[in-house]
Design a protein around this ligand. Structure first.
Ligand code: ATP
Ligand code: MG
Ligand code: MG
Length: 370
C-alpha cells in the first residue's frame, strides 16, 4: 500500500484521488483552501504551497507526488523533488506555465504552432500585428486560464492598449481560423510504457470549455498528426506522467498546437464514463510505473461543463434523466460562472450521445453548440 501525494486540491486532484483510491492507494494533498474539492476524498495538509514544514510532511507521507495545476512555485517543486519523486518533472511545468517558453519548446520538438511574436516592450509591438495578418490575440506569458489574460486585437491601437493594461511579458499570436478544436493526451511511465488517448473535439464559449465529444469529427490524417505530436513532445520532454495537448484543426486538415498542460484536463473528463481507462487512472498508472494502455474510450461519449448559476439552478432531475448521462459534482460552493461539475454522456450509439448532449446543452445553457 503506497501513498500518492498531490499538490493542489481542486476537482482534478479530487478525481485523481478517487481513481487512486479505487486502485488501493492512499492519498494526501497539500492545498491552502480549507474547502478544496479533494477534502472529501483524501487526507488534507492545509497550508500554503511555500510552507516548508508542510512540503516536508507531504514528501514524508507520499511515495510519489503528482500535480493538478501548473502555477506551483518553483521553490516548492525543487524542495519536493529533492525528497520524493515528483511527476511530471518540474521542467514540464516550467515549460507549460510560460507561453514564451512553451511555444519555443513546441517548435524545438518539431510541432507546429500559429505564427507569434514575443512582446516584452512597446517597441516589440511595432509591425507585429501586420506580421500576424492584422488579426491577433495578445496573451500574457504567464497566469492565464479560461481565457483570462487575453485580448483579441485588430488594430495597432488596440494591441498597444491591451499591452499597457497587462503590463507583463506577452505573446502576440496570429488569430487562427480553425474549423475545430481538439485535444489529445499521452501518459508515460518511468519505464517508458506509454498510452495515448482518443481524439476529443472541444467547443469553447468566452474562453471556457463548454463541451467535449468523442470521437472528434476529423479525418484519419488529423488523428495521426495529433498522435504524432503527442508522442514527439512526450519524448522531447522525457515526460513521466500525463500530458494534454490542445490543438487547432484548419480547413486543409493541418494541425497547430494551441497550448499544453502537463496534467489531466477538462477535455478528458469524458473518459470517466466512455469505457476503458480514464485519464485519471492513466495519470496514476504513469506516476506509479504501472503498465499503460491506450486510453481511448470504448464508446461514443461527451461532456458538458456545469457552471455556477446566477439565478436559475440546473434541474438536476432532468439532467440525470437524460439517456446515457452521469452526473459529476465537485463539492464546490455555487458562484456564477465557476466550474462546479460536469455531465458525462456515454452510449454505444453515437447518435444517442449527440441527441443527449444537445438536450443537456439546452437544459444548461438554453442553446446548442454546433
Ligand atoms: P485554458 O483554460 O484552456 O488554459 P487559456 O486561458 O490558457 O485557457 P487558450 O487555450 O490560449 O486560453 O485560449 C482559449 C480559447 O480561445 C481557445 O480554446 C480558443 O477557442 C480561443 N483561442 C485561443 N488562441 C486562439 C487563436 N490564436 N486563434 C483563435 N482562437 C484562439
Ligand atoms: Mg491555458
Ligand atoms: Mg486552453
Amino acid at each position: 500500500g503506497s501513498t500518492i501525494g498531490f499538490l493542489g486540491g481542486g476537482q482534478l486532484a479530487r478525481m485523481l484521488a478517487m481513481a487512486a483510491t479505487s486502485m488501493g492507494y492512499r492519498t494526501v494533498f497539500l492545498e491552502p483552501d480549507p474547502n478544496a474539492p479533494a477534502r472529501e476524498v483524501s487526507q488534507h495538509i492545509q497550508a500554503p504551497y511555500t510552507d516548508e514544514a508542510a512540503l516536508a510532511k507531504l514528501a514524508e507521507l507520499a511515495d510519489v507526488v503528482t500535480l493538478e495545476f501548473e502555477n506551483v512555485p518553483d521553490g516548492a517543486l525543487n524542495f519536493l523533488e529533492s525528497r520524493v519523486p515528483v511527476y511530471p518533472q518540474a521542467q514540464a511545468f516550467r515549460v507549460s506555465r510560460n507561453r514564451i517558453l512553451e511555444k519555443q519548446t513546441l517548435v524545438d520538438a518539431g510541432l507546429q504552432v500559429a505564427p507569434y511574436r514575443v512582446i516584452r516592450s512597446e517597441t516589440d509591438l511595432e509591425g507585429a500585428l501586420a506580421e500576424m495578418g492584422g488579426k491577433a490575440i495578445l496573451k500574457t506569458a504567464e497566469l492565464g486560464y479560461d481565457g483570462k489574460g487575453q485580448a483579441r486585437v485588430s488594430s495597432d491601437q488596440e494591441a498597444l492598449e491591451a499591452f499597457r493594461q497587462f503590463r507583463v511579458d506577452c505573446v502576440l499570436e496570429s488569430f487562427v481560423p480553425f474549423v475545430r478544436e481538439i485535444s489529445v493526451q499521452i501518459a508515460r511511465a518511468p519505464s517508458g510504457y506509454a498510452g495515448l488517448s482518443g481524439i476529443v473535439e472541444n467547443v469553447h464559449h468566452q474562453g471556457i470549455l463548454k463541451r467535449s465529444i468523442f470521437p472528434a469529427r476529423v479525418s484519419e490524417k488529423v488523428v495521426n498528426t495529433a498522435r504524432e505530436f503527442a508522442v514527439k513532445l512526450a519524448e522531447h520532454l522525457n515526460l513521466v506522467g500525463l500530458l494534454t495537448l490542445e490543438l487547432f484543426v484548419l480547413e486543409d486538415d493541418s494541425v497547430l498546437v494551441n497550448e499544453i498542460a502537463p496534467r489531466v484536463h477538462n477535455s478528458g473528463h469524458l473518459t470517466m464514463n466512455g469505457g476503458g481507462i480514464s485519464q485519471f487512472e492513466a495519470q496514476i498508472r504513469a506516476v506509479t510505473d504501472l503498465p499503460q494502455w491506450d486510453f481511448e474510450p470504448f464508446m461514443a461519449c461527451s461532456m458538458v461543463n456545469i457552471l455556477g448559476w446566477e439565478k436559475i439552478e440546473p434541474e438536476w432531475d432532468a439532467l440525470t434523466g437524460i439517456q446515457g448521462a452521469h452526473l459529476h459534482l465537485y463539492g464546490k460552493a455555487n458562484r456564477p460562472g465557476r466550474k462546479i461539475g460536469h455531465l458525462n454522456i456515454a452510449h454505444y450509439d453515437p447518435n444517442v450521445v449527440w441527441g443527449s448532449t444537445k438536450i443537456a446543452e439546452m437544459l444548461l445553457f438554453g442553446d446548442v453548440s454546433p
